[in-house]
Design a protein around this ligand. Structure first.
Ligand SMILES: Cc1cc2nc3c(=O)[nH]c(=O)nc-3n(C[C@H](O)[C@H](O)[C@H](O)COP(=O)(O)OP(=O)(O)OC[C@H]3O[C@@H](n4cnc5c(N)ncnc54)[C@H](O)[C@@H]3O)c2cc1C
Ligand SMILES: *[C@@H]1O[C@H](CO)[C@@H](O)[C@H](O)[C@H]1NC(C)=O
Length: 527
């Protein structure tokens, strides 16, 4: 089945209008309408291609019925909550998302302040947190603060191995546990305090698992860990949801540039699929959609999540990807981090806290945990308190890994009942009313994401990220033009797993195309 590649952009050409092959300009298809895809589309629409500003027709094919991908704001409680990205990590000058959000006046004053942007600390430390224990007590803030400080210094130390010639162990988890075992040795005179500190440290492990989107810190490679760049600035949120950024970005795009409910099935490149149109116009890439439509393009920018690529790369590209790229796609980690939002009639917490940590007194990072089925909820690090003015009485529980995946199969009421029991235990109030509403994410069962975000898993390094980002062919020539480009969070070597990484990666690939026209075509669209 053939199509002129333009159906959603403009009315079908009448009998007198020229066919697609004779129309001037280049056709770029972008697969995925998340931050990377929309970022690339905007840049191409704004700047065109090459020195002669070769006209370019962009079309975004989005599998879902909405844009934004892992940016997804939904109504819950009094306001909007974010199912995916929620914070701008390091909101300061070098952060592309922060810049864009500021330009469009999407942030509140506190987030925009120079002081906020200058803070170099790990933002975790700035949260006002309280630690509830499994025996219904609250931990002395001095003790919990000292443990937080210790953990943050260990994290700082773990990042130093990036520049080092060798590393002591393979994973972040092993490194931290070795250091913690030494501390525990020093604490052993006071067994009770020692156990409490270890239990507190275990919460920090759970938090770090959520940040990395991994099941266990033992899976996170130590050596490349420090290559991820944390920008300065205290993490901030969008008062009207992260989606307000997506909405702004869409406003400046040509209307109807995005086609929804258009999952792509296969990208036929390198002249692998022969159709009349492909023969007429050399080097077309043909994008085959699940609905059977085949859309010709000069260039395709693929922004599907790494989780999708891991599962489908074999059939998603024809011919298959080069072996080196497949290896890197397999090696880079892609875990699951899930959220559970709970709305309460009345708060059971003090309003000054941003974070309620749940400390299971019998846990320690030095011991393994037990059965998924009976203990999945122990992986929840605690509750993030959403600002009441904006949201009402809403808590956000976060958990990562196998437990997060397990939670996806449970029903809302099973999860709600379970968390009600946990809260009753930790507050020591057996009659505390259950939450009145619950909303959960299921990022692992989502077929267009298959997890949350990427990390450098043991056995991989930043080089694998660059290999995933390489275009096809990697060294384009006249006989082998640039055909398939790769963007998305998992293709950004220093900002992977973030929205600013995703946005920058989309810009990068739009610029790669512009550069290509600059060097290979002298602005001649009929090359
Ligand atoms: C729970 C969670 C919390 C997060 N928290 C934060 C945070 O606080 N701060 C932060 O900066 N980042 C956060 N992130 C990460 C951030 O959301 C992502 O890094 C970023 O949004 C990824 O953008 P992307 O364009 O690379 O991918 P996506 O947004 O996933 O876009 C890819 C698009 O491709 C589409 N697609 C997939 N398959 C196909 C197909 N076959 N055909 C057509 N389209 C397809 C998808 O539907 C999707 O719209 C979080 C992510 C999650 C899951
Ligand atoms: C692309 O096509 C060329 C020429 O037909 C062929 O030599 C080459 O092996 C193909 N590349 C891939 C990855 O299939």
């Amino acid at each position: 089945m053939m199509d002129d590649g333009d159906v959603a952009e403009r009315p079908r050409p009448g009998p007198d209008s020229p066919g697609p092959a004779s129309r001037p300009g280049r056709r770029v298809v972008i697969v995925g309408g998340g931050l990377a895809g929309l970022g690339a589309a905007r840049r191409l629409a704004e700047r065109g291609l090459g020195p002669g500003r070769v006209p370019v027709r962009v079309r975004v094919l989005e599998a879902r019925e909405r844009r934004g991908g892992r940016v997804w704001s939904r109504p819950f409680g009094k306001g909007l909550i974010d199912m995916g990205a929620q914070w701008i990590h390091g909101p300061s000058k070098q952060n592309a998302v922060f810049q864009l959000a500021s330009q469009h006046h999407l942030l509140d004053e506190a987030a925009m302040s120079e002081e906020n942007q200058a803070v170099e600390l790990n933002a975790q430390l700035l949260a006002m947190s309280v630690c509830f224990t499994s025996s219904g007590k609250i931990i002395d803030p001095e003790v919990s603060a000292s443990v937080e400080e210790l953990f943050s210094s260990l994290m700082f130390k773990s990042k130093e191995y990036f520049q080092a010639a060798t590393e002591p162990v393979r994973s972040l988890g092993e490194f931290l546990k070795n250091e913690i075992a030494q501390c525990a040795e020093e604490w052993k005179n006071d067994a009770e305090m020692c156990n409490l500190k270890l239990a507190l440290l275990n919460v920090e492990f759970k938090i770090e698992c959520c940040i990395c989107g991994t099941h266990s810190l033992d899976l996170v490679a130590l050596h490349p860990f420090g290559e991820y760049i944390s920008l300065p600035g205290i993490d901030c949120t969008f008062p009207s949801g992260f989606k307000s950024l997506i909405d702004e970005m869409t406003k400046s795009l040509p209307k109807d540039i995005v086609s929804f409910n258009m999952p792509v099935k296969c990208i036929h490149w390198n002249g692998s699929l022969k159709t009349p149109e492909a023969l007429e116009r050399a080097h077309s890439v043909l994008v085959e959609c699940e609905n059977g439509e085949i859309i010709p393009a000069d260039h395709v920018i693929v922004t599907v999540p790494l989780g999708f690529l891991k599962e489908h790369h074999k059939t998603f590209f024809d011919p298959q990807l080069p072996i080196s790229k497949i290896k890197s796609i397999e090696k880079i980690g892609f875990g699951t981090s899930n959220k559970i939002f709970l709305e309460f009639e009345e708060p059971f917490w003090e309003p000054q806290y941003d974070l309620i940590k749940l400390v299971w007194e019998d846990e320690s990072p030095l011991n393994e945990r037990a059965d998924l089925q009976t203990t999945w909820f122990r992986k929840i690090l605690g509750f993030i308190v959403l600002p009441a003015a904006r949201h009402g009485h809403v808590l956000l529980a976060v958990l990562a890994g196998q437990e997060a995946i397990f939670m996806e199969q449970l029903s809302d009421s099973e999860v709600k009942d379970c968390l009600t029991q946990v809260i009753r235990q930790f507050t020591g109030n057996p009659s505390l009313p259950p939450p009145k509403n619950i909303l959960r994410t299921k990022w692992h069962s989502d077929r267009f994401t298959k997890g949350s975000y990427s990390y450098t898993e043991v056995g991989s390094s930043g080089d694998d990220i660059d290999i995933i980002a390489q275009p096809l062919p990697s060294e384009p020539a006249k006989a082998q033009p640039l055909q398939v480009l790769f963007a998305g969070e998992a293709t950004h070597r220093t900002f992977y797993s973030t929205t600013h990484g995703a946005l920058e990666s989309g810009w990068r690939e739009a610029d790669r195309l512009r550069d290509y026209y600059l060097h290979h075509t002298s602005g001649n669209p009929k090359l």
